[in-house]
Design a binder for this molecule. Structure first.
Ligand SMILES: *Cc1c(COP(=O)(O)O)cnc(C)c1O
Length: 504
C-alpha cells in the first residue's frame, strides 16, 4: 500500500480524504449538538451552551497525561476519537448565544467552505506563481473594500492576520512617511533618524494595546504614545488632542501620527474622526483609523453614518474575524495613497523579479509584513457574494439593535449601572447590590457572577475595569441572539445576585 499523504487523483487517496473530512465534520457537529443541553423543548432554538468543559486545573491534568509524539503512529481514527473526547468538549463554542465575552465571533457556514479551500490548496499570497487566481481575487476584494470605505482611485490595501498586524503596518508606514517628508530620511535604508526619541503618536486612553506594542516594535517605545483623555462616552477628546500636540511641539517633539479608534475594544465608542482629520492636516500628521471593531458598521445602511469621515484617514484597519463573522485569521489594511506602501517594497531574485511585474504578474509580497501569507481574501469574496448587501445589512443591524435593547433595559433599571450608550454592539455595565454595600463588595459580586456564569451556566460574558471598578460586558456579535434570550440572561444574572447576597 502506498502511504496516503495527500489528496491526489488516486482512488484510495480520495477515499482517505473524504473519510478525514467527513469524520471531522461529524465530530464537530456532534459536539455542538451535545452542547445543546437538556433544554431541547424547541429544537429550532439555538440553545448551545458557550462552555461546559472542565475548569483550568482539571483540564491541564487531562491533557498533560498524553504523549504527543509516540514511537509508532496511532492512525487517524484513534486520534480523531481522542480529539472528540478530550479536546472538543473543552473548547468554547463561539456559536452559542451565550458567548459574548470578547470580539470573538461565530463563523459563517460559507466561510468554513472557503477556509477548507484555503487549506486544501494552500496558496501563498507572496508571489503570483504561488497563488495565481488567489492574487487576482485579493486585488479585487481590496478594490471593493476601498470603494466601500469611500477611498479613491489611488488607494490600495492588503490582507493581514488581523487588527494588530494592520495597526503595526500602518504605524510603520506613518513613521517612514514622516521621516521621508519632514526629515528627508530613508528609514528603510538607514534605520531610525537621530531625532527618533522625539517622535510622538496619539491615541485615546482606551485605545487598543497594539498601539504601544507597535511603538515598541518600531523602535520608538511606549513613551512615544501619548494617551489622549476621553469624554464620558469614552471617545477621544479632540480639544485635548490639540492641546497635547501643541504642548509637544513647543517642547521640541515631532508628532507624526494620530490613531483614532473606530470602535474601542471595550465600549465600541467611536472617536471624532473629522476633528482628528482637521488636526492632522493642520500639523502635517498621518491619520490612522483603528476600525478593527467598527469597520463592520460599513455594511449597515442604517448605521454606517456613525463612521462617517473614515475615508479622511490615511489608513484603515479592518478586522474580519470580529463583526464580519469570519474564521481567524482575517484582516486588512487599507491605504488611501498606494505610494505609501513603498517602505515595504522589496525584490528577491527567487521570488518577485522586477521583470515579472513588467509582464503583468502581480506579487503581493511588497505590501505585507509577512512573506508566506494565507488566502484569507477568499472568505470575504465568498461571504460577500453569498449574503449580498441586504444579508449583511441585516446581520449588522441585528447586533447593533440588540446592544441598544440591552442598554435601554439596563439604564432604566436601578439594579444596574451602565457607562456609555453603545454605538456598535457592546454594552458595559455592572450589577448593583439591592441594598447599600461597599464598592469592594460590588466588585467581588460582579466577578463572582461572571465566574458562575462561565462554570455553571454555560454563559461566557466579558469583564473589564472602568475608573477602578469592575464592570461586565456583553459583546453582541452573533445575529442569531434574540431579545428574549437577552431578557432571560438578565433575569438569570439578577437571580445570581440574590444568591450571592444571601450567601455573604
Ligand atoms: C481586536 C482589536 C485589535 C486587535 O485585532 P487582532 O485581530 O486581535 O490582532 C486592535 N484594535 C482594536 C480596537 C480591537 O478591538
Amino acid at each position: 500500500m502506498t502511504e496516503k499523504f495527500f489528496l491526489t487523483n488516486q482512488k484510495d487517496s480520495r477515499e482517505a480524504f473524504f473519510h478525514v473530512i467527513e469524520s471531522v465534520c461529524k465530530a464537530a457537529a456532534d459536539t455542538i449538538s451535545d452542547a445543546a443541553g437538556e433544554n431541547k423543548t424547541d429544537s429550532n432554538v439555538n440553545s448551545v451552551s458557550a462552555y461546559s468543559g472542565l475548569p483550568p486545573l482539571d483540564l491541564r491534568r487531562l491533557l498533560n497525561s498524553q504523549t504527543i509524539l509516540p514511537e509508532e503512529g496511532k492512525g487517524f481514527d484513534v486520534i480523531i476519537s481522542k480529539m472528540t473526547t478530550d479536546i472538543l468538549p473543552n473548547l468554547v463554542r463561539t456559536v452559542s448565544p451565550g458567548y459574548m465575552a470578547h470580539l470573538h465571533s461565530p463563523v459563517l457556514l460559507e466561510s468554513l467552505a472557503a477556509e477548507l479551500i484555503i487549506s486544501i490548496f494552500n496558496q501563498s499570497m507572496d508571489s503570483w506563481d504561488q497563488s495565481p487566481a488567489a492574487t487576482e481575487i485579493e486585488v479585487l476584494v481590496i478594490k471593493e473594500l476601498c470603494r466601500l470605505f469611500g477611498y479613491g482611485e489611488k488607494s490600495d490595501g492588503v490582507f493581514t492576520s488581523g487588527g494588530s498586524q494592520s495597526n503595526t503596518t500602518a504605524i510603520l508606514l506613518a513613521r517612514d512617511y514622516l521621516c521621508k517628508t519632514k526629515l528627508k530620511h530613508d528609514v528603510k535604508k538607514l534605520g531610525l533618524p537621530s531625532e527618533y526619541r522625539k517622535f510622538k503618536m496619539y491615541a485615546s486612553e482606551v485605545s487598543h494595546f497594539s498601539m504601544e506594542k507597535s511603538a515598541h516594535l518600531l523602535g520608538l517605545g511606549y513613551t512615544a504614545v501619548e494617551k489622549v483623555p476621553v469624554d464620558k462616552q469614552r471617545k477621544m477628546d479632540a480639544e485635548k488632542l490639540e492641546e497635547l500636540i501643541k504642548k509637544d511641539i513647543s517642547a521640541g517633539f515631532i508628532p507624526f501620527c494620530t490613531a483614532v479608534t473606530i470602535g474601542t475594544t471595550d465600549y465600541g465608542s467611536i472617536d471624532p474622526v473629522k476633528e482628528a482629520a482637521a488636526l492632522c492636516k493642520k500639523y502635517g500628521m498621518w491619520l490612522h483609523a483603528d476600525a478593527a471593531y467598527g469597520s463592520g458598521l460599513i455594511m449597515s445602511q442604517n448605521y454606517k453614518s456613525r463612521i462617517d469621515g473614515i475615508n479622511l484617514c490615511d489608513s484603515i484597519t479592518v478586522d474580519f474575524h470580529k463583526m464580519f463573522l469570519q474564521p481567524i485569521s482575517c484582516g486588512a489594511l487599507l491605504i488611501k495613497n498606494a505610494e505609501n506602501f513603498s517602505p515595504l517594497e522589496l525584490h528577491a531574485d527567487y521570488l518577485n523579479r522586477e521583470e515579472d511585474e513588467e509582464d503583468g504578474y502581480i506579487n503581493l509580497v511588497g505590501k505585507s509584513l509577512q512573506t508566506t501569507r494565507r488566502f484569507d481574501a477568499l472568505k470575504i469574496w465568498t461571504s460577500f457574494q453569498v449574503r449580498g448587501q441586504k444579508g449583511w445589512d441585516n446581520i449588522i443591524n441585528t447586533c447593533v439593535e440588540n446592544a441598544a435593547y440591552v442598554y435601554e433595559k439596563l439604564s432604566c433599571s436601578t439594579d444596574f449601572e451602565t457607562i456609555s450608550k453603545p454605538e456598535i454592539s457592546s454594552v458595559v455595565f455592572r450589577i448593583l447590590p439591592s441594598e447599600k454595600k461597599s464598592e469592594a463588595f460590588t466588585d467581588g459580586m460582579n466577578k463572582s457572577i461572571r465566574r458562575t456564569l462561565l462554570h455553571k451556566k454555560g454563559v461566557v460574558i466579558g469583564q473589564t475595569v472602568d475608573c477602578g471598578r469592575v464592570f461586565l460586558k456583553f459583546t453582541l456579535l452573533n445575529p442569531s441572539v434574540t431579545k428574549e434570550y437577552l431578557d432571560q440572561l438578565l433575569t438569570l444574572i439578577l437571580s445570581l445576585r440574590d444568591e450571592y447576597q444571601a450567601q455573604s
